[in-house]
Design a protein around this ligand. Structure first.
Ligand code: 3HC
Ligand code: NAI
Length: 691
């Protein structure tokens, strides 16, 4: 919550220290911009002030523009105006960068006449990650300070640099523990020698060569429109006088800010952070301590989950049924780490440390010392119940008992122990050591502090945790099932696998459903269908023909060339046509737009049901699941945000048409979807109400 006076100024021994306190991250809200401008004017007017220091309270200096203000009517002063009021002071102004200086925050520092940073501070221009470019002079001041090529790199990759690295490129003058003290001293020295004149020169020709080379390299692989805008804006620092360069930057900034892609990326940022808040948690709920972990089952998932713990520095015991299975699991883990070392993404030292944190044991008794136990054995209810039953006596009191089940009822698993309050789902995604998503499944009897522990642990494991209620498939797989069913139907009605995949590729998914299925193995879905009595005639026929995907070199595609590159296969066409004929379906050409809508709208519909049932607390949580677990393209913001952008009436209308054409009632629009569409509202309106 913002305080009354987010910017204060105290004059001491000739120096006005302007201090920003706008928790949590000192974002540049209208009140902060106004406060900065007033404080600058007051410092100029006060004859006892010889120099000025700008600093902030808390862990960050300034995290940039206030992302929540974008899209609302602008309130003066603008950030460029507030910064100009600092830069134009006749008295020297020094930034005391006490923590992260990001985006507009770094631009404030660039508008000061010199900069001192604390040792742990990070400095960066992450605007590209929000589909923007630095819009408060960063593209004009930074090249003049550190050179155009290094400046372009900072803004085009968006990754911050350390205080030391910033000093090495001349971005800060000093790195000092007592950052305000050092900034005061520097400010007073500058008051003696005369305040530096802000650089207004155009870039030097030799600097330009390096810049154009860097720009050409960046533009070659960039599909983000922000990168091109950064290049053009920095180029303006060579071609145009400062003021015109500023105007060019502003024009780019406003254009990008109003681009739907930037709007979507801002939603992604805020939705991910909102997902961390657990609704209905009693005030003051404290997470339990987690110092040791155990993972039961060292297969595909268990090994990856153990790696997550080790990567986070948490000692973990990997538990298997036999010495042989255990060795296989541990070898796979060792192999993964060895590959990372070979690729250069992990040092040998870090590898040894991580492997040292993983111990292997046979038998459940080895779970006794763990504060959290994650079960990742076969997907069989009987087996899981047996294990949770045993854990009741083995696990230490208060240990979190988590299951990695994909579909099974977490409440039923919890009922097999006398401590259901400790039980919840921690649903990792494959490969578990890579994928960011973690669905934390809250059972009916899960204790609030157990839930808080799993969410906090998820963040420690570098995951994006999202709370889901108990239902078949939770949030992600439940929606995916709708897409999978439509993908199969599209084949029967007339589409080919490559057409279906191409439609989703064009939408922005890196993989379509069939390429994905081939990669994962078609036997997985087949086994689930066998167990649940469901049918998918094309998929079943492929499996029955021995086509299990990449692992058998044949699935929806033919992989015989190199085992990894799939090409369309006439045999698959024959199978599909046979199924169509058996079903009495006259095949027809299906256009890309229809394919896309048939795949995505039923998912959105299921998302609406998930929201209505309270399985997900917010539409943004559903988006966060799809963005981090299923490769939904960030520039469209996730399924529910995308639905709002298209307009819900259109989705309702199309779903009704699909339902009518197919006779499939599950395609009828969900009541919530219809209600919102009729009220002229979107899913976002629900999240605003909830917040
Ligand atoms: N505006 C508004 N709110 C922000 C914010 C911002 N720029 N940055 C962070 N927040 C909020 C988060 O939403 C979160 O709110 P919540 O507690 O209500 O959910 C809270 O601050 C804490 O954020 P994190 O959970 O991310 O905290 P961390 O400690 O993990 O990270 C951080 C801190 C590194 C500062 C990280 O928040 C971050 O990277 N922030 C965004 C930085 C950014 O993109 N800045 C550029 C903005 S665009 C700009 O400046 C345009 C300019 O050029 C004109
Ligand atoms: P897997 O078959 O690769 O591994 C399971 C392992 O559990 C085997 O190594 C087996 O020896 C071991 N095991 C069986 N009984 C045991 C016991 N009593 N004690 C100790 N170990 C035992 O299976 P996978 O793919 O790793 O799946 C595990 C769980 O994770 C399942 O519930 C699955 O639904 C879920 N899951 C799987 C995903 C995937 O993509 N494979 C994704 C997300 C969840």
């Amino acid at each position: 919550m913002a305080q009354e006076e987010p910017v204060t100024s105290v004059v001491e021994e000739g120096v006005a220290v302007i201090r920003i306190a706008n928790p949590p991250v000192n974002a540049l809200s209208a009140a902060v911009r106004g406060g900065l401008k007033r404080a600058a004017e007051a410092a100029e007017a006060d004859p006892s002030v010889r120099a000025v220091v700008v600093t902030a309270e808390g862990r960050t200096f300034i995290a940039g523009a206030d992302i929540t203000e974008f899209g609302k009517p602008p309130v003066p002063p603008t950030l460029p105006e507030a910064i100009a009021s600092l830069e134009s002071l006749a008295k020297p102004v020094v930034a005391a960068i006490n923590g992260a200086a990001l985006g507009g925050g770094l631009e404030v520092a660039l508008g000061c006449h010199a900069r001192v940073a604390a040792p742990g501070a990070k400095l960066g221009l992450p605007e590209v990650k929000l589909g923007l470019l630095p819009g408060a002079g960063g593209t004009q001041r930074l090249p003049r300070l550190v050179g155009a090529a290094p400046a372009l790199k900072l803004m085009a990759d968006g990754n911050p640099v350390s205080a030391e690295a910033a000093k090495a490129i001349g971005l800060v003058e000093e790195v000092a523990e007592d950052v305000v003290g050092a900034a005061r001293a520097l400010a007073l020295r500058l008051a003696e020698t005369g305040r530096p004149t802000p650089a207004r020169d155009r870039g030097a020709p030799e600097d330009r060569e390096a810049f154009e080379e860097a720009a050409a390299g960046l533009l070659k692989n960039a599909d983000n429109p922000s990168v091109a805008a950064c290049v053009e804006a920095v180029r303006a620092a060579f071609d145009l006088p400062f003021e015109e360069g500023m105007a060019a930057e502003r024009a780019h900034f406003l254009r990008l800010r109003d681009d739907p892609r930037s709007k979507a990326l801002r939603h992604v940022f805020l939705a991910e952070r909102a997902a961390a808040r657990i609704p209905g948690l009693p005030r003051g709920t404290q997470p339990r301590r987690v110092e040791r972990a155990a993972v039961i089952g060292g297969g595909t998932m268990g090994g990856g989950i153990a790696m997550c713990f080790a990567n986070a520095g948490i000692p973990v015991t990997l538990i298997e049924t036999s010495e042989e299975n255990l060795q296989r699991g541990l070898e796979r883990v060792a192999g993964n780490y060895a590959t990372s070392v070979k690729r250069g993404s992990l040092t040998e030292e870090a590898r040894a440390k991580r492997m040292g944190l993983i111990e292997g044991k046979v038998g459940l008794d080895a779970a006794a010392g763990a504060d959290v136990v994650v079960e990742a054995v076969f997907e069989e209810m009987g087996l899981k119940k047996e294990i949770f039953g045993k854990l009741e006596t083995v696990a230490k009191p208060g240990a979190i008992l988590a299951t990695n089940t994909s579909y099974l009822d977490v409440d039923e698993i919890a009922a097999s122990t006398s401590r259901p309050a400790d039980v919840l789902g921690m649903h990792f995604f494959s490969p578990a050591n890579v994928m960011k998503l973690l669905e934390v499944v809250r059972g009916k009897r899960t204790a609030p502090d157990a839930l808080a522990t799993a969410m906090e642990l998820g963040r420690k494991l570098a995951k994006v945790p999202v709370v889901s209620g108990v239902c078949y498939g939770f949030i992600g797989n439940r929606m995916l099932a709708r897409r999978t069913a439509q993908a199969e139907r599209l084949l029967i009605e007339g589409a080919l696998p490559e057409e279906v995949d191409a439609a989703l590729n064009a939408f922005g998914f890196r993989m379509g459903p069939f390429a994905m299925g081939d990669l994962a193995g078609l036997d997985i879905g087949w086994r689930i269908r066998q167990a649940t009595g469901k049918k998918a005639p094309v998929a079943d026929a492929l499996v029955e023909a021995g086509r299990l995907g990449q692992k058998t070199k044949r699935g929806y595609y033919d992989y015989s060339a190199d085992g990894r590159t799939g090409v369309p296969d006439p045999e698959v066409v024959a199978i599909i046509e046979r199924v169509s004929a058996e079903q009495g379906v006259t095949r027809r050409p299906i256009g890309r737009e229809e394919i896309t809508e048939r795949l995505l709208f039923p998912m959105i519909n299921e998302g609406a049901r998930i929201l209505e049932e309270g399985i997900a607390a917010r539409a943004g949580d559903i988006d966060t699941v799809w963005l981090n677990g299923y490769g939904w393209p960030a520039v469209t913001g996730g399924p529910m945000f995308h639905a709002d952008s298209l307009g819900l009436p259109r989705i309702v209308g199309r779903l009704r048409e699909f339902a009518r054409a197919s006779g499939d009632e599950s395609l009828e629009p969900a009541p919530l979807l219809v209600r919102l569409a009729e009220a002229g509202q979107g899913f976002a309106s629900l999240d605003e109400k909830a917040a």
